[in-house]
Design a protein around this ligand. Structure first.
Ligand code: HPA
Length: 246
């Protein structure tokens, strides 16, 4: 059976409704994953769940061991990953509370361990990253949203920033000029590492706030949490209609 995993971001350290079968501690050559892997079933479908920021949400985006997380999932046979991620938005069509399925990435992160392909290689390896997300899984997500009668914006460019601070207004203006619709801190190197392992990886982005400089009110953790709750309700509805059988 196809093994499917969800990497949960801010607002999803547990997958509500997941019937837990077992937890598995995986040690990797790259260090420890963010948490033990939770194996379970959700709506009759078997799932592995991994909270990106740790079980108690204590690991900031720039400290997440992305290599250990992806390697651990691959090690237990996962071939498909849905990443759930909180983001800011600079696109009017994607207000706070929206769910967005990005199809492109621009990477502004630095200093992160961003490849498995660096030591002991028999040959230098470059992955094709023209389409950074798995279009097959994105289509499954789009159909699930449709069947759940929730609006999910299909197609957007995700700009991955280093964090943990939020951006300056001018950084967001530059990212908008670059073509970004969304800004988040965890999209990279996660997507590239998944591709290196041949994992089909797609993202369900939940808009938590207008990006810096785009709204008259300051960006507060309170406001972010409120929008995340609204967005996550939609994500749960989408997941309830997720059909991975084809
Ligand atoms: N910037 C970067 N990451 C984020 C934001 C933001 O405005 N909101 C949620 N994650």
């Amino acid at each position: 059976m196809t093994k499917f995993a969800i990497i949960g971001g801010s607002g999803i350290t547990r997958l509500e409704g997941l019937e837990i079968v077992r937890r598995e501690v995986v040690h990797t050559p790259f260090g420890e994953p963010s948490a033990p892997l939770t194996h379970g079933t959700y709506n009759g479908q078997s799932f592995v769940f991994l909270p990106r920021h740790g079980a108690a949400h204590t690991i900031p985006p720039h400290k997440v061991n992305y290599r250990a997380n992806l390697w651990a999932l691959h090690h237990v046979g996962v071939v498909s990953v849905l990443a759930i991620a909180a983001v800011g938005s600079m696109n009017e069509a994607m207000p706070p509370g929206s769910v967005v399925l990005p199809d492109q990435i621009i990477d502004y992160t630095y200093g992160r361990e961003n490849t498995f392909f660096e030591n002991g290689l028999s040959q230098v390896t470059h992955i094709d990253f023209t389409e950074p997300y798995c279009n097959r899984l994105r289509e499954v997500l789009r159909i699930s949203a449709e069947n759940a009668a929730i609006q999910a914006v299909d197609g957007a460019t995700y700009g991955a920033t280093q964090g943990p601070r939020l951006e300056s207004a001018m950084e967001i203006r530059r990212m908008t000029r670059d073509g970004c619709d969304l800004v988040g801190m965890t999209g990279m190197p996660e997507a590239a590492l998944a591709r290196e392992l041949d994992i089909c990886y797609a993202c369900c982005a939940v808009v938590a706030n207008w990006a810096a400089g785009l709204s008259s009110s300051p960006i507060t953790m309170d406001a972010i949490e409120k929008s995340l709750i609204e967005g996550m309700e939609k994500v749960y509805k989408l997941l309830s209609k997720l059909d991975l059988s084809n």
